[in-house]
Design a protein around this ligand. Structure first.
Ligand code: AMP
Ligand code: MG
Length: 425
């Protein structure tokens, strides 16, 4: 990692105690290097994985000129200003080409996907033919132009051109595309190993007795879910008490087994929180107070133990804050480590259904519910309580409303930025 302090120094007016969210994202982005190592997987096993090399198409797609419709194929030279009658010389099915000749004044009945017969460059769809008999069809003038309804060889992809680029996260369409090229195995980046644990004396794991003043550890489950959705190999290190020796031991284990570490809790300046001291002892870690809500405290850096090192994301303890910090700071960095192409999250501009109070000078990530109004236009409303511990409203939300640093109060009907939680795939 380029020296974190040097990177931070390049940020105009760097102040770790009131750092703009965008600046923290920039610092993290410039510090991260992708992991090395890849493996070859079969297509089905490669779903969701990051492509480790460009994939060049070995063939033309489609391999031949073929018909885009069920209808009749003929030469565009045969049609003109008057109705024309063409004799049906034969039939072409997908997978069973017509191999005879096609003379002027002839046509071939053809199915979608069938190879265009020799000399034919145009297809008239069945439903546009003026009249059809056993042996001939009549085409009215102006119904099709030469070249219509024909898919050209190599139109989707020409042999020798890249079909998919290194860094692509493989989605269902990509598996299909690779299959259409006859490619059954692809090189993918090895899985990113991420260790995670929760910190806090008050935390109990499911199944344990909930002592007075204690709470169940929920962050480990949300963090597990977010890491798994991202395609990481997760290493669950449980709950660690606010005790320097256990913290150090767990951080060292994490560092020696994982590429990155995600912790929750203990990064604010609480009395019983030793996390910051121990983290700082093991490497170069910055402790930030971000100008954002929810989730102000965050630690980021790189720690080392026994010759192994790992990036560290010390996220806040509050259940919503940990999710927001993960999504808007750790997620991008982990994808970068995974070698994934950088893709900005699609940000929609949607009308807010009601006014939202917002202080300029901090980025706010509010839980929202995106829906369609009676006219089918997108609209968004804030979910119930926005307290940083209220997981229920995070669970009810289907998007985040991102109110940028400089933004003030939002009026009802004003457009706001929205990041949707789930997409089609
Ligand atoms: P901290 O950042 O450690 O001061 O924690 C902030 C708040 O988040 C406290 O109210 C903690 O009890 C709560 N918290 C911390 N870790 C977790 C966790 N793993 N699950 C649920 N709540 C937590
Ligand atoms: Mg704590």
């Amino acid at each position: 990692m380029t020296n974190l302090a040097d990177i931070a120094a390049r940020i105009d007016g760097y102040n770790p105690d009131a750092l703009e969210a965008g600046h923290a994202q920039d610092i993290i982005r410039s510090s991260i290097a992708p992991i090395e190592g890849w493996e070859t997987l079969t297509l089905t096993a490669a779903l969701g994985r990051v492509l480790a090399a460009d994939i060049v198409s070995p063939i033309n797609v489609p391999a031949h000129d073929n018909s885009a419709m069920d209808g009749y194929a003929f030469s565009g030279r045969d049609i003109g200003e008057h109705a024309v009658e063409l004799q049906v010389a034969g039939v072409a099915f997908a997978g069973h080409p017509y191999t005879g000749g096609v003379k002027a004044g002839q046509c071939v009945r053809i199915m979608t996907g069938a190879v265009m017969p020799p000399g034919c460059d145009t297809v008239i769809p069945h439903e546009l033919v003026q009249s059809i008999s056993e042996t001939a069809i009549t085409i009215a003038p102006g119904t099709v132009k030469p070249g219509d309804n024909r898919r050209l060889q190599g139109e989707d992809l020409a042999a020798g051109t890249p079909a998919l680029r290194k860094g692509k996260i493989l989605r269902p369409a990509d598996l299909g595309l690779l299959a259409s090229l006859g490619i059954g195995e692809v090189p993918v980046q090895r899985r990113l190993r991420v260790a995670f644990f929760s910190t806090g004396d008050e935390l109990r794991s499911i199944g344990e007795k909930l002592d007075e003043g204690c709470i169940y550890d929920s962050n480990r489950y949300t963090v597990y879910g977010m890491l798994t959705r991202l395609g990481c190999e997760v290493i669950d290190l449980g709950v660690v008490c606010d005790d320097p020796a256990s913290l150090e031991a767990t951080l060292r284990t994490a560092c020696e087994t994982a590429d990155a570490i995600v912790t929750s809790g203990g990064v604010s300046a609480g009395d019983a929180d030793y996390t910051t001291t121990v983290m700082a002892k093991l490497g170069e870690v910055h402790f930030w107070k971000l100008a954002m809500r929810p989730g102000r405290p965050m630690a980021f850096g790189k720690i080392a133990s026994n010759g192994k090192s790992a990036y560290l994301f010390g996220l806040p303890g509050n259940p919503v804050a940990v999710m927001v910090s993960f999504y808007f700071f750790a997620r991008d960095a982990l994808l970068q480590m995974m070698g994934a192409q950088r893709e900005a999250l699609p940000m929609l501009r949607v009308a807010s259904q009601s006014a939202i109070r917002k202080k300029p000078g901090r980025t706010e990530y509010q839980r929202g519910i995106l829906s369609l109004d009676d006219e089918g236009r997108a609209q968004v409303r804030v979910t119930g309580s926005q307290g940083s511990g209220v997981l229920r409203s995070m669970s009810e939300a289907n998007c985040m409303i991102v109110l940028p640093h400089g933004q003030g109060d939002v009026d009802a009907g004003e457009l706001v930025n929205v990041v949707v939680f789930d997409g089609l795939c």
